[in-house]
Write a protein that binds this ligand. Structure first.
Ligand SMILES: [Zn+2]
Length: 371
């Protein structure tokens, strides 16, 4: 019996998400945010374009945690009926939005608008005082959405198999540079009321369908130095020289990964932002913008293999992703087979274990979104 690509894509239930993405699924996300360092919050809106997959679906469920709605949820710009479930201590709050009868036919597309702000204690967001930065003069903010923290940053279908393009406009104080896991480009129209004397405005677009856990933001007193035409290193000014030197082999790693896979790098840019020391991981493979801890700045490039690991995620994990978190190991084990190839040319290991993993478990991988 044959299955459609959408049936294959959404036939695994993710028990860490309330979303009914097997019935109606998000296909595009637009974020409009203002960073408020004084109050440690992000306020603005999230807009989804959703598609009805099952004829007659009456409700669409989204994940959220600690999200503060500050207005009506809208469907196609009209006030929608919605309910917030009792908060689950782990999964957060399910938002249920009623779908109007005229929008319930299979393949119907409609928009869902959430006006909201992020709680200062949101699990995805880390706000740093100036004293916690290298420069000591400006605060800093960064996000970490893996595994199920994206729902505290914006209402979403917070399951790795629900992959969508996204775009964002972010307003930040004039001293602040904002980076996201996307390409700098304008895809959201401006309202007339932005105070350009008060804010820097940044526009981001991620055209490759991306899981919610890979939406990421960093904001602070940042500068950059280029490694190559597509690789740039970002950090506070005080460490940019050492970061640029430490990660100087990054372009070579990307080229090696392309040679191993036979597949060109799909995300256009590979930038690295070297975060303040409180970043809780060695690295995080956010698309277009790997997050790296400054503890990698050994001075002799001896820890740059972490960057090779994150580059390999550009193929395994970010392009080919576990559909549900039960199979998260696939992100890392198939990557490690690739990684060993990247750093040690262990062809035998790669073929015996890596390809076998991929062949035997391919039904767990989401297809690239074809919507
Ligand atoms: Zn990894």
């Amino acid at each position: 019996m044959s299955s459609t690509s959408e049936e294959l894509l959404y036939n695994k239930k993710d028990f860490s998400s309330f979303a009914n993405y097997d019935e109606v699924v998000s296909t595009d996300i637009k974020l409009d945010w203002t960073l408020d360092f004084d109050n440690k919050t992000i306020s603005g809106s999230a807009d989804h374009v959703v598609k009805v997959l099952v004829e007659g679906t009456t409700q669409v469920h989204f994940d959220s945690r600690q999200i503060r709605l500050h207005g009506d949820i809208l469907i196609n710009n009209n006030k929608a009926k919605y309910t917030l479930a009792k908060e689950d201590p782990v999964l957060g709050t399910k938002i249920t939005v009623e779908i109007p009868p005229e929008l319930r036919a299979k393949d119907t597309l409609f928009s869902v608008h959430f006006p909201y702000s992020v709680d200062p204690n949101a699990s995805a967001v880390q706000w740093l005082e100036p004293s916690a930065t290298k420069g000591g003069n400006f605060p800093y903010v960064f996000t970490q959405c893996q595994a199920i923290h994206a729902r505290s940053l914006f209402p979403c279908m917070d399951s790795p198999g629900v992959k969508t393009p996204y775009s964002a406009r972010v307003l930040a104080p004039k001293w602040c540079t904002v980076l996201m896991s996307a390409l700098a480009s304008r895809n959201i129209t401006d309202p007339q009321n932005i105070d350009s004397s008060k804010y820097n405005v940044f526009y981001w677009t991620q055209p490759v369908p991306t899981s919610p856990y890979l939406v990421a933001l960093a904001g602070g007193n940042l500068t950059s130095l280029d490694i190559s035409a597509r690789v740039r290193i970002w950090s506070e000014p005080e460490v940019i020289e050492s970061a640029h030197n430490e990660f100087a082999e990054t372009e070579e790693f990307v080229q090696a990964a392309e040679a191993i896979t036979g597949c060109p790098y799909q995300w256009t840019r590979y930038d690295v932002v070297c975060l303040p020391p409180s970043f809780p991981y060695g690295g995080m493979e956010n698309p277009c913008l790997t997050f790296a801890t400054p503890t990698l700045l050994a001075g002799d490039r001896s820890l740059a293999d972490v960057i090779a690991h994150e580059i390999a995620h550009s193929w395994t994990g970010n392009l080919v992703t576990n559909t549900v978190w039960d199979h998260f190991w696939l992100n890392e084990v198939s990557l490690d087979c690739f990684f060993y190839e990247l750093v040690s040319s262990s062809l035998l290991f790669f073929y015996m274990i890596g390809l076998d993993c991929l062949v035997r478990t391919q039904d767990y991988f989401p297809l690239q979104a074809q919507r």
